[in-house]
Design a protein around this ligand. Structure first.
Ligand SMILES: [Fe+2]
Ligand SMILES: [Fe+2]
Length: 348
């Protein structure tokens, strides 16, 4: 590689992003222990991590969800100053395993289960009259303040949009694989770096007066938000949960198109810049197609080949719905009480 004007002496691009965001602040003993451990470089052969405290923590609470989130981020962009080799440190993986087992158990307890994939997916197409979701609220009378909050919550996923779902690719074969890749090809900009959906979301954030840096708002995000993102990483990183990941991704695609329509209208009403509205208008049509691909070609083909995956697919659909509803309830309860749904004020 030649070192040109746009490259540093080490060959890295001069405009390359810094090596990950800073580690978030701890929210309890488990996340504090993970945070402390990660400051050691290189990772020790044996790291003392509090497995008992991880077992005792509320699996959906702030401490456990943040610890899990930090463990998972090592598989995406990592953190500034944290050695990359922590990604496969056995004691940290063991702690992550405890947190995952507890998280999964809590989700299995919260959802009805069963194998009625068609029924579970069809239910998503029916929007109850007078639906009171977050996008409905923002469309009807959201302010810029509430819209920015919404974008901050969603930034934890949207700035790595479709990355967790990409882990499903090697776990599928045939038509299911081909169709999943067709969806992902669109999510990743169809060959154009400036059209990658994560980039479009960063443009939207900048247009809304927010910092689009990856991981900038993790400290702001409460546990219900972290849980929606942790679910994706959990399902993506375990081959045994491939059916659940397919179900999860189908929910995102099915619910995206009508939600995007409402959010585009909300931003237009607020007089937002075109680059803000663009992220959502791009999703209105694209996700109407993705919905069909996910349902018929990915899940349809997967269940033709592996009918025993039906319970896993249904679990992925239900767990996603459960965590999204919990997240929505958190936001609406805060807004009903006229307070922010974030842990920190946005100007902090
Ligand atoms: Fe997208
Ligand atoms: Fe999509």
């Amino acid at each position: 590689m030649t070192v040109g004007a746009d490259r540093t002496s080490t060959g890295a691009r001069a405009d390359a992003p810094p090596a990950g965001p800073p580690l978030p602040e701890a929210r309890g003993p488990v996340s504090a222990a993970v945070r402390d451990a990660l400051t050691q470089a290189p990772p020790p052969e044996h790291a003392a991590l509090p497995l008992d405290r991880a077992r005792a923590a509320d699996p959906l609470g702030e401490d456990a969800q943040l610890a899990l989130y930090v463990c998972y981020e090592l598989h995406y962009r990592g953190f500034a100053g944290v050695a990359e080799s922590w990604e496969w440190q056995p004691d940290l993986l063991r702690l992550r395993g405890v947190l995952e087992d507890r998280f999964l158990a809590a989700l299995r307890e919260a959802v009805p289960g069963g194998t009625d994939v068609t029924g579970d997916l069809d239910a998503l197409l029916v929007e109850p009259l007078g639906a009171r979701g977050v996008s409905h609220r923002l469309k009807s009378h959201g302010t810029w303040e509430r819209m920015r909050e919404y974008l901050v919550h969603r930034s934890l996923y949207q700035l790595k949009e479709a990355d967790p779902q990409a882990w499903l690719i090697p776990r599928l074969t045939g038509q299911a694989k081909a169709s999943l890749v067709a969806v992902e090809f669109d999510e990743f900009g169809a060959g154009h770096g400036d059209r990658v959906h994560a980039r479009l979301f960063a443009d939207l954030m900048a247009g809304a007066g927010l910092d689009p840096a990856y991981g900038r708002y993790v400290d702001h995000a409460p546990a219900p938000t972290l849980a929606t993102v942790n679910l994706m990483s959990l399902l993506g990183l375990h081959r045994s949960l491939r059916g659940a990941m397919a179900g999860h991704f189908a929910v995102l695609e099915i619910t995206s198109s009508p939600g995007s329509q409402r959010l585009a209208r909300a931003l237009e009403r607020l007089g937002a810049e075109p680059r803000c509205v663009h992220f959502f208008t791009e999703h209105i049509e694209a996700d109407a197609v993705h919905e069909q691909l996910m349902r018929r070609c990915v899940i349809g083909d997967l269940l033709d080949r592996e009918p025993e995956q039906a319970a896993a697919v249904a679990f992925g659909v239900q767990a996603t719905n459960y965590l999204e509803a919990r997240w929505s309830d958190h936001l609406l309860a805060a807004w009903d009480a006229d307070r922010s749904s974030l842990r920190l004020p946005l100007d902090a």
